[in-house]
Design a protein around this ligand. Structure first.
Ligand code: FES
Ligand SMILES: [Fe+2]
Length: 425
């Protein structure tokens, strides 16, 4: 006889046993399909490629903040949906546009700096143009080809500027001034995709302009979903000592509501953080329009973005999957554009106390997800993750994880609980 743990008898009693053999360990959890996930959704390279195609190439993704390109001709480069290089440009008409940052001639990257202004010419180009370093083709801030060196002599009208404009990508600026793009030319408007998930934070985000004061990026060795899940489940406040002291041990923590929205988005409602409960911390005096002092609200946007408005700082994290086991994380801290220097300094200190390199949060999450990733390597024996907590849609309810995987299943056409099972099966 094996040595499994608690076993449920037909009468519903639990029989105490201790460990499981391989067959028992490998058995599916006795839970609904919606309440657990097969670990292959985090590790299989074929599933990863399918996620890029079926999810990232079709949804709205935030890529930067409008304050990163404040003036006409300013630009910002990024990678989106895995590895697609893009350049975001503010045109002379003040409108922000996005282009695939790939030269139509022989495929080079066109704009190579992370950010800058087109008003300064590249060594071989003209001001106000984007110039490919390889053979000097140029485009204006609208993405129209403006120059092909020795065009007539080499192409005799067979290739002309009108044929080689840049690939323009659908772009909208919204929800606190973020620049959102969608690689699907036939996608729904951003507002339809968001489906009201930002409504409870719109006063804070959209009453007056915001400005970025912190940017940090790193590549971490884990699947993007595991990192995003650290923002979607709060049960792991048992790991974060700071969150336990300032939140979980405080009155009202377990009343915090969790709301899910269409398209896989989820929000955690307002709560108050008792910062003084952690030695060396203090009250957050500054806030955002309409936000009470020391308040905290959070929105998770499917598939890989989190807005966390915590007291004096808005922190927006965006994950870009690189492979099934590598993720680019970009974290931005924002305050109000009209902040005085003293106010800004205070917001930065508050921000870094939680999310800075020596803060109270990121390094603990990083340890957890990298260890998950190690434990899930192919052949390790890892099988299922349980997402079965139900606590009346309050903070430790795993409704946010389940809504994520319901959307994942819908878009992928595969069960997250068994990715070998297609939806039509
Ligand atoms: S590859 Fe860009 S100009 Fe030739
Ligand atoms: Fe965390």
């Amino acid at each position: 006889m094996s040595n499994a743990v608690m076993e449920r008898t037909p009468a519903g009693e639990h029989k105490q046993r201790h460990t499981r053999n391989l067959a028992e360990w490998s058995r599916r959890p006795q839970l609904p399909d919606t309440h657990y996930v097969d670990t292959r959704v985090y590790t299989d390279p074929i599933i990863f490629r399918e996620e890029i195609e079926k999810i990232f190439n079709r949804v709205w993704l935030p890529v930067c903040h409008e304050s990163e390109l404040p003036n006409p001709y300013d630009y910002r480069t990024a990678s989106v949906a895995g590895f697609k290089p893009i350049v975001v440009v503010r045109g002379p008409d003040n409108k922000i546009r996005t282009f695939l940052n790939i030269c139509p001639h022989r495929g080079n990257i066109i704009v190579r700096s992370p950010a800058g202004t087109l008003t300064k010419a590249e060594p071989s180009g003209n001001p106000k143009h984007m110039t490919c370093m390889f053979h000097g083709w140029q485009w204006d801030a609208f993405g129209r080809c403006a120059e092909i060196p020795r065009e007539e002599q080499g192409y005799q009208g067979r290739v002309c500027k009108a044929d080689v404009g840049l690939r323009e990508i659908r772009t909208e600026v919204a929800h606190g001034g973020f620049v959102w793009v969608n690689l699907d030319d036939n996608c729904e408007p951003l507002a339809d995709y968001i489906a009201g998930a930002f409504d409870f934070m719109s006063q804070e985000l959209d009453t007056e302009p915001l400005e970025i004061f912190h940017y940090q990026k790193s590549v971490i060795r884990t699947n993007y979903k595991l990192w995003h899940e650290t923002s979607r489940e709060f049960y792991h406040d048992y790991m974060h000592y700071h969150n336990r002291a300032t939140g979980m041990l405080q009155k009202g923590y377990f009343d915090r509501k969790y709301t899910v929205f269409p398209n896989g988005h989820a929000a955690t409602g307002l709560t108050t953080i008792v910062y003084e409960a952690y030695e060396g911390n203090k009250d957050r005096v500054l806030t955002f329009p309409g936000m009470p002092k020391n308040g905290w609200k959070q929105v998770n946007i499917f598939p890989a973005c989190t807005y966390s408005l915590r007291a004096s700082c808005l922190r927006v994290s965006i994950m870009t999957p690189i492979s099934e086991r590598e993720t680019l994380i970009e974290i931005r801290g924002l305050g109000l554009k009209r902040d005085t220097p003293q106010e800004r300094e205070e917001r930065i200190i508050d921000h870094d106390t939680i999310w800075g390199p020596f803060g109270r949060n990121l390094h603990e999450d990083l340890l957890a997800v990298q260890n998950q990733s190690i434990a899930m390597r192919e052949g390790s024996g890892s099988k299922y993750l349980i997402m079965a907590r139900e606590e009346n849609s309050t903070i430790h309810d795993e409704i946010g994880l389940r809504s994520y995987f319901a959307e994942w299943t819908r878009r992928m056409g595969r069960m997250a609980s068994d990715p070998t099972r297609l939806l039509e099966d």
